[in-house]
Design a binder for this molecule. Structure first.
Ligand code: SF4
Length: 324
């Protein structure tokens, strides 16, 4: 990485999962969860990663966090390549890369008090001043001090997510990967947590990667958006640009679906039917071609390349100079 303004740079990230027949059977295929994802994140911005369930956005976040080992590509943090580092080599970077996940209940140890949960990263890294740091962080995320000795089961969903945020922030990280942090919460609580995350970003100078299937949420919080489809980023632009002038047919379908969501499902109806292609056997050419209403003859055989189109980057044959 040569650009000092870039905090995180992900190049051609690939993550394939082998599929085996039976418990110890031979490998019968590969799930192409992430298949050539490239993006960078600058300090202070919020990159929204959006797409349908199974598009690879969570796997991308897990690879950056080193929770899964990439099959290929590279991940650079402040100019240092971190993919392939051992757990010990990764230790100094762990403090700077933190995460908040969807389900605060399952990510919090039910037998530990709230104060102990928030303090855990300090203990792991041998950092002193636990009491003061925990109470300061509880106040910062809006948790009353009286909850310090409570347990996760005694808290509301919103309070539990505040605990998860406090635990992520107590090491004062540079970047926080928020993976669907509000999807498990009541609608009324979602906006409180989103506003909290935004305030914390401003006050602590944080950078976020915000992973979500919910475009309305992403529009609210992200400064830049990358739309993923079947393991690839198909369009990327600043948030205002993407929402004002979506270019990729998939982005346009996703945006149209925001107008007719099924609130009970919380999953956008893309208007593209349920035929999400099998990631075990992605379609040739453009992966979106079986669902695309604007497909050209070459779309079923030639994969489009990512190209700049005004202030966006788009992976679609419609934007080649010779198209259609
Ligand atoms: Fe549709 Fe072709 Fe563009 Fe893919 S490359 S989104 S199939 S027009």
């Amino acid at each position: 990485m040569s650009d000092a303004k870039v905090l995180l740079e992900v190049n051609n990230l690939i993550k394939h999962y082998p599929v085996r027949r039976g418990l110890f059977g031979r490998v019968s295929g590969q799930v192409h969860a992430v298949d050539g994802v490239t993006f960078s994140v600058a300090p202070g911005e919020t990159l929204g990663l959006v797409g349908e369930s199974g598009c690879g956005k969570s796997t991308t976040g897990k690879a950056v966090l080193k929770l899964v080992e990439p099959t290929g590509g590279s991940i650079n943090w402040r100019g240092t390549r971190i993919d392939g580092l051992s757990a010990a080599e990764m230790r100094p970077f762990r403090r700077e890369l933190q995460a908040v996940f969807q389900d605060p209940y399952s990510s919090l140890n039910p037998r530990k008090s709230i104060a102990a949960i928030i303090a855990l990263p300090l203990r792991v890294h041998g950092i002193a001043g636990e009491r003061e740091k925990v109470s300061e962080m509880m106040e910062l995320v809006g948790l009353p001090a009286r909850l310090a000795d409570s347990y996760p089961g005694q808290l509301s969903g919103g309070q539990r997510q505040r605990v998860a945020i406090a635990r992520a922030l107590i090491m004062r990280p540079e970047i926080v990967i928020c993976d669907e942090p509000t999807s498990a919460l009541d609608v009324s609580v979602q906006s409180q947590i989103l506003n909290l995350l935004q305030r914390l970003r401003r006050e602590l100078g944080l950078t976020y990667i915000f992973i979500s299937h919910n475009l309305a949420v992403v529009e609210h919080i992200a400064t830049r958006v990358a739309v993923m489809y079947l393991g690839r980023i198909v369009e990327e632009a600043e948030t205002a640009t993407l929402f004002a002038a979506p270019r990729h047919p998939y982005t346009r379908a996703l945006l149209a679906s925001v107008l007719t969501p099924d609130p009970a499902l919380g999953i956008p109806d893309t208007g593209l039917g349920i035929a999400f292609p099998n990631p075990l056997d992605p379609p040739p050419g453009c992966r979106f071609h079986p669902r695309c209403g604007e497909a050209l003859p070459r779309c079923s055989t030639q994969a489009p390349r990512r190209r700049a189109v005004e202030r966006s980057t788009v992976e679609c044959h419609l934007y080649e100079e010779s198209a259609p």
